[in-house]
Design a protein around this ligand. Structure first.
Ligand code: HQG
Length: 182
């Protein structure tokens, strides 16, 4: 039985997004890894020695965000990767408008350089202002919200990819497609 599913989710996100080598995991080009491999790695840690697949399923169900997905005998993180090997995501047509919430500290740099992935593999965008606001609040109590004109961005050659149903990914967003709302 797992007591803290949030903690388990953080550990699994760390393994699948940032440091698979610390867990001797081999991700395929789309970020999938065998659940059995992940469980074996977790069992090395006494905190997670009794984790079962049913706990991982429950962790995904209980989570506030859809961060991980399971397909047959494999699991992957749906977004957030920072590993050197770029995870190949599916190109998709986004809604006409997406949002990005961030700290005012980054505003000048974003105005000059556009949105860049920084330490992750992709820029992360939200389908609605509320979600963008929550993302931005991780860095600024009163974050700045940007509105992205995705049709303009696509004409500029910026590709969009599916994250989960609320998170969209892009390689970059050029300045001309960004409107600063506040
Ligand atoms: C900023 C969480 C300066 C960008 C969230 C952001 C999300 C620039 C920061 C997911 C810049 C990167 C990702 C530029 C972008 N100059 N700063 N040119 N371009 N930035 O944490 O989007 O809970 O890597 O504004 O909910 O904040 O972990 O990205 O502030 O969905 O599942 O560089 O992580 O999900 O920060 O968050 P992050 P993010 P989880």
């Amino acid at each position: 039985m797992v007591k803290d599913y949030r903690k388990l989710s953080k550990e699994i996100s760390y393994a699948l997004r940032h440091a698979p080598w610390e867990y001797e995991l081999e991700l395929d080009e789309n970020g999938w890894v065998l659940i059995s491999q992940l469980l074996n790695a977790l069992h090395q840690n006494k905190e997670w020695k009794n984790v079962e697949i049913s706990d991982v399923i429950k962790m995904i169900e209980k989570s506030d965000k859809k961060r991980h997905e399971i397909n047959n005998d494999k699991i992957r993180a749906m977004y957030g990767h920072s590993i050197p090997m770029k995870i190949i995501k599916e190109i998709a047509t986004p809604p006409k408008v997406l949002y990005h919430g961030t700290s005012y500290d980054f505003l000048e740099s974003i105005k000059t350089n556009g949105l860049l992935p920084m330490s992750r593999q992709y820029v992360h965008l939200s389908e609605d202002i509320e979600t963008a606001n929550l993302v931005g609040k991780r860095k600024d109590l009163s974050p700045t919200i940007m509105r992205i004109d995705t049709e303009k961005a696509r004409k500029n050659g910026d590709n969009f990819y599916l994250g989960n149903e609320k998170v969209w990914l892009a390689d970059k967003i050029s300045t001309t497609s960004i409107q600063i709302l506040n």
